[in-house]
Design a protein. Structure first.
Ligand code: XBP
Ligand code: MG
Length: 242
């Protein structure tokens, strides 16, 4: 059956979707922050994959401490320390991005160019810190690229992060569009749950950490966007799968 509403906006997740930021970006920055703060925590590649079950850097540190360092959470200043660690982590992460450390995934820049040329509206919905988003766009897409996105929903702007649908509801309200007029690009089961929870048609490009996850309810599941352009995306959007 054909979807009644034309495609009017693309909404992008950031981590894992625009770029493979987790293993060689966020993880490295977390470890640099732990070392700088003199904390004996170290997140290797496999452990970090487990910790990705929880979105949001502050929430992820708390989740780790609950399992591996409960004494840390018993301290009266635990919340403050997590905030401080997160600020240090963001500084390291932004520096890494500014050094051109994380390229965009294949096909992402081309799709954004095509969408802009076609007059589609662009938005972002992510759990990561706003500064991380604008720095990635600037360093890896174009100096003015943050201005191409009409709405950027990021970080603590909503209290409940993905897989809750709140960030997508927030972005949709600001776009002033019904969910059916948009298409979301996500890389994870948490992201898919969040987008589908807001009724949004969602295309998945799997990443290094998310390839084995359950993507039931997605329009399609692709390894990346290298062979997929706006015409393909319009087709996917036009076909109702529910
Ligand atoms: C991304 C995340 C983020 C980053 C860390 O999830 O979980 O928390 O790992 O960013 P999604 P901060 O792609 O589903 O939005 O440390 O800035 O929170
Ligand atoms: Mg993601």
């Amino acid at each position: 059956m054909l979807r009644a509403m034309n495609l009017q906006a693309l909404i992008f997740d950031v981590d894992g979707t625009l770029a493979d930021t987790e293993r060689d970006g966020h993880r490295v920055a977390f470890n640099a922050a732990f070392a700088e703060a003199g904390l004996a925590w170290h997140w290797d590649v496999a452990l970090y994959g487990e910790l990705l079950a929880v979105t949001g850097g502050k929430e992820r540190m708390r989740f780790y401490a609950e399992r591996h360092d409960p004494a840390f959470l018993a301290r009266a200043d635990a919340d403050e320390t997590i905030k401080t660690l997160h600020a240090i982590k963001t500084r390291h992460y932004v520096a890494l991005l500014e050094g051109g450390g994380i390229p965009l995934r294949p096909g992402v820049a081309r799709l954004i160019d095509e969408a802009r040329a076609a007059g589609l509206r662009l938005a972002i919905a992510t759990t990561t810190t706003p500064e991380n988003v604008t720095t990635l766009l600037k360093a890896s897409l174009a100096p003015e690229a943050a201005n191409w996105f009409e709405v950027i929903g990021a970080g603590d702007i909503v209290p409940k992060k993905k897989p809750a649908p709140d960030i997508y509801h927030w972005v949709l309200a600001r776009l002033g569009l019904p969910a059916e007029a948009c298409l979301v690009l996500e890389d994870s089961a948490n992201g898919l749950r969040s987008a589908r929870g807001a009724g949004l048609p969602t295309l998945i490009t799997t990443g290094i950490y998310t390839a084995g996850e359950n993507f039931a309810g997605a329009l399609a599941v692709l390894p990346d966007l290298s062979g997929t352009g706006l015409a393909d995306i319009r087709l996917m959007h036009g076909i109702k799968n529910s």
